[in-house]
Design a protein around this ligand. Sequence first.
Ligand code: PXG
Ligand code: PLP
Length: 442
Amino acid sequence: MSTNLPVTPNDLSAFWMPFTSNRQFKKAPRMFVAAKDMHYTTTDGRQVLDGTSGLWCCNAGHCRPKIVEAIQQQAAELDYAPAFQMGHPKAFELANRLVDIAPAGLNHVLFTNSGSESVETALKVALAYHRVKGEGSRTRLIGRERGYHGVNFGGISVGGIVTNRKMFGTLLAGVDHMPHTHNLAKNAYSKGVPEYGTELADELERIVTLHDASTIAAVIVEPVAGSTGVLIPPQGYLQRLRDITKKHGILLIFDEVITGFGRLGTPFASDYFGVTPDMIVCAKGLTNGVIPMGAVLVTSDIHDAFMQGPEHVIEFFHGYTYSGNPIASAAGLATLETYREEGLLTRGAEMAPYFEAALHSLKGERHVIDIRNIGLVGAIELEPIAGAPTKRAFAAFVKAFETGLLIRTTGDIIALSPPLIIEKHQIDTIVDTLRSILKALD
Ligand code: PXG
Ligand code: PLP
């Protein structure tokens, strides 16, 4: 495919790239210059099949016409409107369309610009909610080991990925963590939800006993932990967290930045597991990754608790310059419309059995120690090279890119999360490519 886009920036040093081994990258850059549907185009004109929806965000595939058009039109019509004490119609419209597809009871929306900001927003809502309810002693926040909740201070405090936390001092005070649920000895090669580990939810009871419920504001978890390498919750685990939080008056926050918008074959993971939290944090797929935007969905109980006192007073002292930005709102509306027209929020459920079978056919290939999957998310865990963790999976990532496939690796885990428009033959291509890479991998 030919393109008129500039192919090589003149100097790579100025841009300090995020979550990247900068020196290594800049010696042998990997760049995309165009994308369409299931494929990227590289600087040298090669097609690369997108096995990861960009970074888990382009759920409808790339450069979808409705979304492109909506952004173009909006940019020409109303570029920006002040977010505080002023409004514009599309932000209200998008909030309504989100509530339409959200689990019943989550009726109000705060807008942000990313998953990280959505997490901070949700944690602040939780603290303020208890305070306006007269329970200001509820200040503790509970996360989980291996959790990823973005990179801001609240998110890394409740998060549980050591490399993302250890450089940054004391973080938020008053945070505790539940154990993660990964158990290769008992659950390796589980298809869908693993059988063992439900009782790990009871660790929350232990934490509540230790600190007393009257000091705890909220529990935040990813329904399926994505970034850490796709950890799927054991059978009944999330329901048990819901039961324990409800019993103790603690808010439950689901971080659905990855699981939202059809990734598991349901609109939200909450629908998949039949467990409704008090807040859902989302981003990524909300605008198909095209314009930065995030959101926090909250119950009427939470929202209404703030809507008291004199009406001229701001109810919640929080918000961003770009909360509900017009172009992001237009992109969000067009994205939800695309999902609806093409049935994408449930298409994952149709494709999941094929995806599962294809993925598990890699069992027995060299270095593979686990394969797991749910909806259109999959992971292949590799045995690390002794003394050099991450190297083996990273080598697979580079080889895949060179072979025409985009995967994501974290530690020695290969994660897959293809756009929800994927066809069976493209699933075959992903798995065949991985098979040949694994065979040749050191
Ligand atoms: N919560 C969860 C559950 C996430 O997965 C965030 C919050 C933060 O979102 P922002 O928009 O601030 O990045 C995320 C983001 C990976 C990967 O490699 C995962 C994410 C982002 C980039 C890469 O798995 N998750
Ligand atoms: N820093 C300064 C000096 C600001 O004036 C603002 C917003 O007005 C911010 C940070 C926050 O920026 P944003 O609203 O885009 O998050």
